[in-house]
Design a protein around this ligand. Structure first.
Ligand code: UD1
Ligand code: UDP
Length: 365
């Protein structure tokens, strides 16, 4: 039996890795070991609970106000004895977080093979997203197996000199997650509050958005809520205190805006499915929303998810207050423009990515 170890530590990694954990656990060929770093605490624990995943090991690295160096060094140091004790045949990491980068580096130092889930996303700008673009490129150098969500991601890796036999197009595991969370009979008090209105779902958390760009995003949404009686806004906040401070400064005191705590993924997915429009700087939401037929205004200067933009589901609007307002108004007023975005075809797979990755690992190991 081969030992497959999965390492993750933040909310988005957990949403995308938990379905893979659950798939691997059904396979007799594998001993599946889950090591969480605890880079996030509350946000991570919400996801573990929602997908009924109990970690075998928890590095508990999170600190209030942690720096990138704090997370990277804590993960690098604390994971080594776990890797030595467990002796995995392969370690799977996800995406582009500090957790994924440090775990992959620790494996490289111990010469343990690494599989990179959600490989090949690129903006080719190491400042945006920061530090994620660096992390995913560095992991790309280390990993022996690349599980690319799309053909375009695969092409990025091939252009960087990766061998075709190491790269597999699997779709994104987040679509697998959505299949288990969205329900027709779902209700929630916040959705009752928004019933009969056009619900705008708002999230923001990126490091490069913190400060003035995030304030501009929030001010734009507030202007839309104030000028449009048909709109209600729900903003589930990331646990970063800097995000809370920006929301408190810009979003409080408007009756049509509710700022709430972070939602568990099943709640968040059902909120998305019932939204008129989503405004975000998130990566994962850019993949989920097209699968749910919900238009997204991406409040960033660049995206590593060009497939969704080309499909017409995402619009990259930047962080200028006027531009965000203008795009919101257009979608509120122009039915044709709205329908074109809502009808776009999801380019991120058919919800079988976990099965494909497990099949590939069974063959390869
Ligand atoms: C991290 C990832 C980013 C990902 C995001 C998803 C890196 C470098 N960044 O960014 O790619 O998009 O997660 O959400 O890995 N905090 C809490 N409780 C929590 C979670 C975070 O208090 O449950 C606090 C931390 O203590 C820290 C701040 O929020 O002060 C930021 O957390 P951190 O993990 O450093 O970075 P994120 O911005 O969340
Ligand atoms: N999400 C959630 N609750 C929330 C907001 C987001 O469960 O209140 C989920 C969302 O569905 C997606 C993931 O968190 O699966 C995205 O995480 P985030 O935006 O924090 O990070 P990114 O994808 O930008 O790295």
């Amino acid at each position: 039996m081969k030992t497959v170890m999965l390492v993750f530590g933040t909310r988005p990694e957990a949403v995308k890795m938990c379905p893979l954990v659950n798939e691997l656990k059904t396979r007799a060929a594998f001993r599946t070991v889950v090591c969480v770093t605890g880079q996030h605490r509350q946000l991570l624990d919400q996801v573990l609970k929602a997908f009924c995943v109990v970690p075998d090991c928890d590095l508990s690295v999170m600190q209030e106000g942690q720096t990138l160096s704090d997370v990277t060094t804590a993960v690098l140091t604390r994971i080594r004895p776990v890797l030595e004790r467990t002796g995995p045949d392969i370690v799977l990491v996800h995406g582009d977080t500090s957790t994924a980068f440090a775990a992959a580096l620790a494996c490289f130092y111990l010469q343990i093979p690494v599989g990179h889930v959600e490989a090949g996303l690129r903006t080719y700008n190491t400042r945006a997203p920061y530090p994620e673009e660096f992390n995913r490129r560095a992991i790309g150098i280390i990993a022996q197996y690349g599980f690319a969500p799309t053909e375009e991601a695969r092409q990025n890796l091939l252009r960087e000199g990766r061998r075709p036999e190491e790269i597999y197009v699997t779709g994104n595991t987040v679509i697998d997650a959505l299949k288990t969370t969205v329900r027709d009979d779902y209700t929630h008090p916040e959705l009752e509050w928004a019933r009969g209105s056009r619900l705008i779902l708002l999230t923001a958390h990126r490091r490069e958005s913190l400060g003035e760009p995030m304030r501009r995003m929030f001010r734009a949404v507030r202007r839309i809520a104030e000028e449009r009686p048909e709109v209600r806004v729900v903003c589930p906040l990331h646990s970063n205190p800097a995000v809370r401070r920006a929301a408190e400064a810009e979003l409080t005191g408007c009756d049509r805006i509710h700022v709430i705590g972070p939602l568990e993924p099943p709640d968040f997915h059902n909120f998305m499915a019932r939204s008129f429009l989503i405004l975000t700087d998130s990566g994962g939401i850019q993949e989920e929303a097209p699968a749910l037929g919900r238009p997204v205004l991406v409040m960033r200067e660049t995206t590593e998810r060009p497939e969704g933009v080309r499909a017409g589901a995402l619009r990259l609007v930047g962080t200028d207050e006027e531009a965000i307002c203008r795009n919101c108004r257009e979608l509120l007023e122009n039915r044709e423009a709205y329908d074109a975005m809502a009808r776009a075809v999801n380019p991120y797979g058919d919800g079988t990515a976990c099965r494909r990755i497990a099949d590939i690992l069974e063959q390869a190991l």
